[in-house]
Design a protein around this ligand. Structure first.
Ligand code: 5GP
Ligand code: ZN
Length: 116
């Protein structure tokens, strides 16, 4: 039974299939989808199947390692061999808008620094 936070979480709904979304990856612990509002020619999201509101709430180093490995492999699978950026927005000042841990995979254009 999902708790109230999970029941209203858009990424939990995508994981469960309640909201349909093409899954670019569907492994035991995570999925990957294309971002609805892409900020680069390639903009993907790697999302753990279990709900953690942000990275500070996930103590599972194995899972965090897997998410980053999957994000890196996905970037190469999507031909981002010239480079890419992995981003984990955290909290309001970190620019997080969906409060379910996820890694952005951005590429296909030059990434400026510092980010906005
Ligand atoms: P955040 O701002 O939390 O770092 O990133 C959330 C991301 O999720 C945003 O880039 C936003 O465009 C994306 N997003 C929000 N809702 C949906 C959705 O229903 N489907 C997909 N594919 N992406 C979403
Ligand atoms: Zn969730």
């Amino acid at each position: 039974m999902p708790n109230a936070q999970e029941a209203s979480c858009v990424f939990c709904k995508i994981v469960s299939g309640e909201i349909q979304s093409k899954k670019l990856l569907d492994s035991e612990n995570c999925i990957a989808i294309s971002d609805l509002n892409p900020q680069a020619p390639t903009h993907l999201l790697v999302i753990p199947k279990d709900h953690y509101s942000d990275i500070t709430q996930c103590q599972k180093s194995n899972l965090l390692g897997e998410l980053f490995s999957q994000a890196s492999a996905l970037a190469l699978k999507h031909s981002l061999n010239k480079g890419f950026r992995l981003v984990v927005n955290t909290g309001n000042e970190g620019g997080q808008t969906v409060h379910h841990l996820h890694i952005h995979v951005l590429g296909g254009r030059f990434m400026g620094w510092p980010p906005g």
